[in-house]
Design a protein around this ligand. Structure first.
Ligand SMILES: [Zn+2]
Length: 323
């Protein structure tokens, strides 16, 4: 019954005492978004100027922001003094400026991600099992490190390998350690399948903007395994949403993220079920809140109950980066 555990975890984080219903989560999210907007306006010059004249009590009417806004704003988005920043993730952007996009995290912000990884991975792995992480494993507080720390909290053993480059070496490592679960980038995991068809981990987590259906099926067939998808981006603190064993949409990290879907052209908010651009608002971040941030990713929200029993909204497959 690991499925119910995820919603229970969300309920605890949202301070919901009774049933973890969509309405209860929405109430929490709106209150948290109001708090996050007030906090951002108080502590960051960028948000103070952006929100001049807006009603912070109506946070869903606040202006959308984009990657370009974050690049242009630089450190004026940051709400904490430099000494309170634990990690800065820099990304080169494809715009005309040479300035990188920087996302700032405090220790508490990173803790939120570790906690999500710990609880989300229970869909794929059980205490006592081993998870081979085929993604960045070297960077302190980077993806592999945060995932490993989350797994250890659930008595799941992380095997940090790093991105796959030498497939013979990766196959030898996997044969030696016999992981129950593999976490990686779709194309790399598929290539490992080809090098090591007999490996057959019980589960595989693919994390990317876009997971081609055919690739997913090939991995499932070669390894006779169960493939789960994960959506997340550096802006969301890496973790975002993960599939459960019902494989009917990805369960969202509702306690930390409010997701909206908008029409990419008009910016108008779309009803649940319609495809459009994912807009993310962080709810609890202290170093650099991102409010109504356009991700450029296309998907839709599913509001029907999941076959696992969860009543909460889920994120459908993500159809890659549009921007
Ligand atoms: Zn489910």
């Amino acid at each position: 019954m690991t499925e119910g555990l995820f919603d229970q975890w969300i309920g605890r984080h949202c301070g919901i005492s009774g049933a973890v219903t969509p309405a209860a989560v929405e109430n929490y999210q709106l209150a948290a978004l109001r708090r996050q907007a007030a906090y951002a306006a108080e502590h960051s010059r960028f948000y103070r100027e952006l929100y001049a004249g807006y009603d912070l009590d109506d946070p869903l009417s606040l202006p959308l922001i984009s990657s370009a806004d974050i690049v242009a704003a630089g450190s004026s988005v940051v709400c904490l003094p430099q000494r309170a920043i634990k990690r800065i993730v820099s990304m080169m952007t494809s715009g005309s400026t040479a300035a990188p996009k920087r996302i700032y995290f405090s220790a508490a912000d990173l803790e939120l991600t570790i906690d999500f990884f710990a609880n989300g991975m229970l869909f794929l792995a059980a205490p006592g099992e081993r998870v081979m992480i085929c993604m960045d494993g070297q960077t302190p507080d980077g993806l592999g490190d945060l995932l490993a720390r989350g797994l250890r909290r659930k008595q799941i053993e992380p095997l940090i390998y790093g991105y796959l480059r030498d497939y013979d070496d990766a196959a030898a490592f996997a044969r030696a350690h016999q992981p129950h679960c593999l976490v990686g980038v779709p194309q790399q995991i598929l290539a490992l399948c080809g090098h090591c068809p007999e490996l057959r981990p019980r589960t595989v987590l693919l994390s990317a903007d876009n997971i081609p259906e055919q690739l997913r099926r090939q991995v499932e067939q070669t390894w006779q395994t169960e493939v789960f998808s994960h959506w997340g981006m550096r802006e969301t603190g890496l973790g975002g949403a993960v599939e459960c064993p019902a494989h009917d949409g990805q369960h969202i990290r509702h306690a930390d993220l409010l997701l909206e879907i908008i029409d990419p052209q008009s910016g108008r908010r779309l009803p649940d079920g319609e495809w459009g651009e994912i807009v993310v608002s962080t709810l609890n971040r202290e170093a650099m809140p991102l409010l109504r941030y356009r991700t450029g990713d296309i998907s839709r929200l599913i509001d029907s109950p999941c076959r696992c029993g969860s009543l909460l909204k889920r994120l459908d497959a993500v159809e890659g980066h549009k921007i």
